[in-house]
Every structure is written in structure tokens, then in C-alpha cells.
Design a protein around this ligand. Structure first.
Ligand code: VGL
Ligand code: ZN
Length: 230
């Protein structure tokens, strides 16, 4: 497996003898990030090909005993919306007291269809649905901490109490909520493996390259759902 070095590259091409067969244990959890209508084609903050994550997620889920879903769940007039900042446009950046905030189109507003999970996503086996971003003043990309990087969502405590000690991630968007969740898992000293083919990216101003540099430094691993084996 690739380790951290300046040579680190992101590759899903494995020759047969390199093929890494991941054995999933009862202490592993699959966290499916934000597979919601607004992030899928036709949605308010559509990620290109966003709904294409669903088949790979369904290929992965049978391997896991434990599945958690996250749901981006914003108030109307949320501070992360460009519409809440007169004169600002979506995808521009502002400075908030806790740091920079990219401004988004209104999306995933509590109780709206855009905030619903994509209808094709099979939810039945999910043990927890964790909502995030529900405080008007602060966004939450990560499933673990809000964007001040200190306010907890409760997920770390949940995983600890349930002895879920290794985190696999999939969903939307690779370079935002999936990526920040993986980095926070590492901050909590949990192994974090992103199922890359089960994610799609927003890719705004080099955000994919930037987050992948952070993955390399933090030890976030990338795998394919095709590498999962019982
Ligand atoms: C997300 C931007 C804003 C995500 C959520 O799920 O990646 N990105 N809200
Ligand atoms: Zn959001």
C-alpha cells in the first residue's frame, strides 16, 4: 500500500498481485455521506454524475455490518448560502470568525425534497442517520465536527460507544463532506478509507488536488469497492 511521501499518488489501478483485498470486520463502519437530491443531477447543488455513487455504494453495503448515513440539513437563510450575504454569489468565499467559508446555492433545507435522500438509495440497513449543518450560523462539512473544527456532532462518541474503530466513507462530495469527514476520522486516530469509486467531486478551484494533499499527509487511504472482500 502507498504510504506518505512526496511520491504519493492517487491510483485505483492495481495489478493482480497488488490487489488489496480488504477484510471487513464487525468493528468497521461504512459512513455514507449526503446522498441527497440536491447533490444529484437536477438538484440545487448538483455534483456532476452525483447519482452514479449509488450503484457502488450498493456494491459495498453487503460487506458491512454497520452503516451510517449523513444528511446535510440546513436552516433556511443558512450562513453558508450566498443568498444570506447580500451582494455575494454562489461559489465565492467569505471570512467568518472561524475561518473561510465557500458560499453555496441554497441547498438541503430542512424538510424539503432537496434534503431528502435520493430515492434510489437503499436505506433499510442504516443504523443511524446523522444530520449536520443544522445551526444557522455555522456549516458542517465533516460528519464529526462543524466547520469551526471544534463543535462535535456526536459521531465520535457514537462510534466509540459502539466499538466502531475503522471508518470507510462513500458519497458526496469527495472534496468536501467526504474528505473533511475522513480527515477528522484521522484526527480522532481512526483508520479512514475512502471508497473512491463510490464518491463524486465538486472540484471547485483545485479542491480535489488540495484535499488529496491533505489525505496523503493525514494517512487517509483510497480504495475501490471492487477491492472489498469478505
Ligand atoms: C457539501 C457543500 C455544501 C457536501 C455540503 O455534502 O459535500 N458540500 N454542503
Ligand atoms: Zn451544505
Amino acid at each position: 500500500m502507498k504510504s506518505s511521501s512526496s511520491e504519493w499518488t492517487v491510483s485505483l489501478e492495481f495489478s493482480d498481485n497488488e490487489r488489496l483485498e480488504m477484510l471487513i470486520t464487525p468493528n468497521d463502519v461504512l459512513v455514507v455521506i449526503d446522498v441527497q437530491n440536491d447533490f444529484c443531477p437536477g438538484g440545487a447543488l448538483a455534483v456532476a454524475d452525483g447519482d452514479a455513487v449509488i450503484d457502488p455504494i450498493h456494491r459495498a453495503t453487503p460487506h458491512f455490518q454497520h452503516i451510517i448515513l449523513t444528511q446535510d440539513w440546513h436552516t433556511p437563510n443558512h450562513n453558508s448560502f450566498a443568498s444570506a450575504h447580500p451582494g455575494m454569489k454562489p461559489f465565492e468565499q467569505i471570512e467568518l470568525s472561524h475561518g473561510p467559508q465557500t458560499l453555496w446555492p441554497d441547498h438541503c433545507i430542512q424538510g424539503t425534497r432537496g434534503a431528502d435522500f435520493h430515492p434510489a438509495l437503499q436505506l433499510t440497513r442504516a443504523e443511524l442517520i446523522l444530520r449536520k449543518g443544522f445551526r444557522r450560523a455555522i456549516d458542517s462539512y465533516s460528519a464529526f465536527f462543524e466547520n469551526d473544527r471544534t463543535t462535535p456532532t456526536g459521531l465520535a462518541g457514537y462510534l466509540r460507544e459502539r466499538s466502531l474503530t475503522r471508518v470507510f466513507l462513500a458519497g458526496l462530495a469527495y472534496d468536501y463532506c467526504v474528505g473533511y469527514s475522513a480527515l477528522d476520522a484521522r484526527r480522532l486516530a481512526l483508520p479512514a478509507i475512502i471508497l473512491r469509486d463510490a464518491c463524486r467531486a465538486i472540484d471547485l478551484n483545485g479542491s480535489v488536488a488540495a484535499i488529496e494533499r491533505q489525505f496523503a499527509a493525514a494517512g487517509v487511504e483510497l480504495q475501490s469497492t471492487h477491492e472489498l472482500n469478505r
